[in-house]
Design a protein around this ligand. Structure first.
Ligand SMILES: NC(=O)c1ccc[n+]([C@@H]2O[C@H](COP(=O)([O-])OP(=O)(O)OC[C@H]3O[C@@H](n4cnc5c(N)ncnc54)[C@H](O)[C@@H]3O)[C@@H](O)[C@H]2O)c1
Length: 334
C-alpha cells in the first residue's frame, strides 16, 4: 500500500530521458507516483522511456526545461528532481558557454515557480567534480571545494553545478522551500551513452569492436563507480524523507579502482583481443587538470538513511557489456 500523499504528489524529472533520469522515472512509477519527465533529448533518448511509456501514470514533455511554464504546471506538494544538464567531458569542453548557461538558468526558474506556488520539494543533481582533486581517503560534504584556475573547458561544468548548489540552498534558506543537494559520484549502468566521453561505455564499445582500448594518462587515476540502481534508491530515500531538506549528500560507491584496472577487466570480460593503449590527454583537455582520485565519504547518507551501495562495479560492468552485446546482435540481424 502506498501512503496517501502519493496520490497528490507528481514527481517531475528534468532530464528524464537521460541515463540516470530514466531510471528514476521507472523507480517512481514502480512506487505508484505520477511522473512527468521533461527532456529536450539533447543527450537523452526516447528509447530510455520504453518501460515508462507503458504506464498510465507517466507523461513525457519534449522541451527545454527553461521554456516550461513551471508556475502553471507545479502543484504545492510536487517533487522536482532536477537532473537536466549539459554533461560529459567532451561536450562540456567543446561548449563551455552553453554548458554554463544550461546548468544554471533552469534552477532559478524552477525554484522561483515553487516560491510562487508556495510549496513543493526540490532536489538538485550536483556532482563530485566540485571536490576537485580530492584525497584518496574520500571526500566529505564538509570539505573545502576546489575549482581550477582556468575557468574554461571542464571547469564550466564544475562551476555551473556549484552555482546550482548555491542557488538551491539560497532559495531554501530565503523562502523555506525544502531543498536537497545531491552530489553524484561516477555512476554506471544500462542506458549510459559513450558519445559524450563516459569511460565505461567507451571501453566496452572499443573492446567489442576489436579497437584499441584508449586509456588517457598513466591509467593509475582512480574512480569509484556506483550502480545506477543503487543510486536511484538513494535519491528516492532523500526525496521522500523529511529530515533531508537543507542538506548536501554524497551519493556514490566508496570502492575505488584504477582506470587501467577497468580497461583490463572490460578486455577480459568481453574476450576481446583489443590492445590497451595509454595515450596523452586529448587536445581539448591538455593543460587542464585530470582528477587523480575520486572516492565518496558516504557516512552522512549511510547514517541518516541507512543507505549504501550493494552492487560491485564488476557486476554492473558485466550487465552493461550484456546490454551492448544485445544491441550489437540487433544491428547484425535486422
Ligand atoms: N552519470 C554520472 O556519473 C553523473 C555524475 C555526477 C553528476 N551527474 C549529474 O546527473 C545528472 C544526469 O546525468 P546523466 O549521466 O544521466 O546524463 P544524461 O545526459 O543522460 O542526462 C541529462 C539529460 O538532460 C537532458 N537535458 C539537458 N539539457 C536540457 C534542457 N535544457 N532541457 C531539457 N532537457 C535537458 C538531456 O537530453 C539528457 O537526457 C546531470 O545533472 C549530471 O550533471 C551525473
Amino acid at each position: 500500500m502506498s501512503p496517501a500523499w502519493v496520490d497528490t504528489t507528481t514527481v517531475f524529472v528534468t532530464g528524464g530521458a537521460g541515463f540516470i533520469g530514466s531510471h528514476l522515472v521507472d523507480l517512481f512509477l514502480q512506487k505508484h507516483f505520477k511522473v512527468v519527465a521533461i527532456d529536450d533529448l539533447s543527450t537523452g533518448s526516447l528509447d530510455n522511456l520504453e518501460t515508462a511509456n507503458a504506464s498510465p501514470n507517466f507523461q513525457f514533455i519534449q522541451d527545454d526545461v527553461s521554456r516550461i511554464d513551471w508556475p502553471g504546471m507545479l502543484g504545492p506538494s510536487d517533487i522536482v528532481l532536477h537532473l537536466a544538464a549539459s554533461v560529459g567531458v567532451k561536450k562540456v569542453c567543446e561548449s563551455p558557454l552553453a554548458t554554463a548557461h544550461n546548468n544554471h538558468v533552469p534552477v532559478e526558474l524552477i525554484l522561483n515557480a515553487m516560491v510562487k506556488k508556495g510549496g513543493g520539494r526540490f532536489l538538485y543533481a550536483s556532482t563530485s567534480e566540485v571536490y576537485g582533486d580530492s584525497p584518496e581517503l574520500g571526500s566529505s560534504e564538509q570539505d573545502f571545494l576546489q575549482v581550477h584556475t582556468h575557468l574554461g573547458g571542464r571547469s564550466a561544468y564544475t562551476v555551473s553545478k556549484l552555482y546550482g548548489e548555491l542557488i538551491t540552498q539560497a532559495y531554501g534558506d530565503a523562502y523555506g522551500i525544502p531543498v536537497t543537494v545531491m552530489r553524484f559520484f561516477n555512476t554506471i549502468g544500462t542506458r549510459q551513452r559513450s558519445e559524450y566521453g563516459m569511460v565505461v561505455p567507451i571501453f566496452i564499445q572499443q573492446a567489442l569492436a576489436g579497437e584499441p582500448i584508449t586509456v588517457f594518462g598513466d591509467g593509475k587515476q582512480t574512480r569509484s563507480f556506483c550502480d545506477v540502481f543503487d543510486l536511484v534508491e538513494a535519491v528516492f530515500g532523500l526525496s521522500t524523507a523529511c529530515h533531508t531538506s537543507g542538506k548536501i549528500y554524497n551519493i556514490g560507491n566508496p570502492d575505488p579502482i584504477s582506470i587501467l584496472e577497468l580497461a583490463q577487466f572490460v578486455k577480459a570480460e568481453t574476450g576481446s583481443s583489443s590492445p590497451i593503449h595509454l595515450l596523452p590527454f586529448p587536445a581539448e583537455r591538455a593543460g587542464k587538470t585530470d582528477i587523480r582520485a575520486r572516492k565518496p565519504d558516504i557516512s552522512r547518507i549511510r547514517s541518516e538513511l541507512d543507505w549504501q551501495p550493494n552492487t560491485h562495479w564488476q557486476q554492473t560492468v558485466r550487465t552493461i557489456i550484456h546490454e551492448h552485446m544485445m544491441v550489437h546482435d540487433q544491428c547484425v540481424y535486422h
